[in-house]
Design a protein around this ligand. Structure first.
Ligand code: HEC
Length: 209
């Protein structure tokens, strides 16, 4: 009997101790809370998150439609090589998109790194200085007019050989060299991507038009 009441007594003390202990621990401890690294709800004094404007999500997304350079040039040729008018193309996500020559097609001839990592720009070899010579196919790819004037031009005002297949992209000299033979830019590695490196061009139809 005696042992039992001692045990009961000890248990009671233990329980009481726990209750008191928990009571103290459960009380708000502001000094600790201030240093806690747990993410906290921002104080009401912080400026509220700005409400996004309609269309802001699209504006924040990367601008343009994903497409391979050769496919974009092909769409431009198929559309009749418009100079200022937007032309349609389907992007790699299946979206209907629009691009323009100046902003989206010309850079594929004038910029480096379009066809494979570190590829030289076409105009490094095909520029106005070559027109009237037999060097580098006597061709400039610097401007809209140059590209339409073609290769082996006798003079700056002369028309050369059509490199755009008369509007039939897959019959064109340009397609043959860029996609079939894959030997332009000159020195292009055989294992480089068939249609160049993916670029962002134009915009989905209906956006900001
Ligand atoms: C390092 C110099 C160099 C670069 C860069 C270069 N080319 Fe050429 N290209 C040549 C030479 C040289 C020729 C003429 C010999 C031949 O046809 O292979 C030629 C010929 C061509 C022809 C054939 C024209 C015809 O009527 O037979 C096309 C089309 C062409 N290049 C397109 C391009 C395009 C597009 C680019 C850029 C993607 C490019 N080239 C970059 C040197 C270059």
């Amino acid at each position: 009997m005696r042992t039992r009441s001692i045990v009961v007594g000890l248990l009671l003390m233990l329980v009481a101790g726990l209750v008191v202990g928990c009571g103290i621990q459960g009380a708000p401890d502001f000094s600790r809370a201030e240093h806690t690294p747990i993410p906290r709800i921002p104080p009401a004094t912080l400026p509220p998150e700005p409400t996004p404007e309609p269309g802001a999500a699209e504006a924040a997304a990367p601008a343009g439609c994903r497409v391979y350079p050769a496919d974009l040039i092909g769409a431009w040729v198929a559309a009749g090589t418009p100079k200022d008018e937007p032309f349609p193309f389907t992007d790699l996500d299946g979206q209907q998109c629009q691009a323009t020559f100046e902003a989206d097609v010309l850079p594929l001839f004038t910029q480096s790194g379009v066809w494979y990592d570190g590829s030289p720009p076409c105009i490094a070899c095909h520029n106005a200085n070559m027109v009237g010579t037999q060097s580098n196919a006597g061709m400039s790819l610097e401007t809209y007019e140059d590209i339409l004037a073609g290769s082996y031009r006798a003079a700056p005002d002369a028309q050369g050989n059509d490199i755009l297949g008369g509007g039939n992209w897959e019959q064109s000299i340009l397609y043959e060299r860029l996609v079939v033979k894959k030997d332009m830019p000159l020195g292009r590695p055989a294992d480089s991507p068939d249609k160049g490196l993916e670029v962002l061009a134009g915009a989905p139809v209906g956006e900001g038009q």
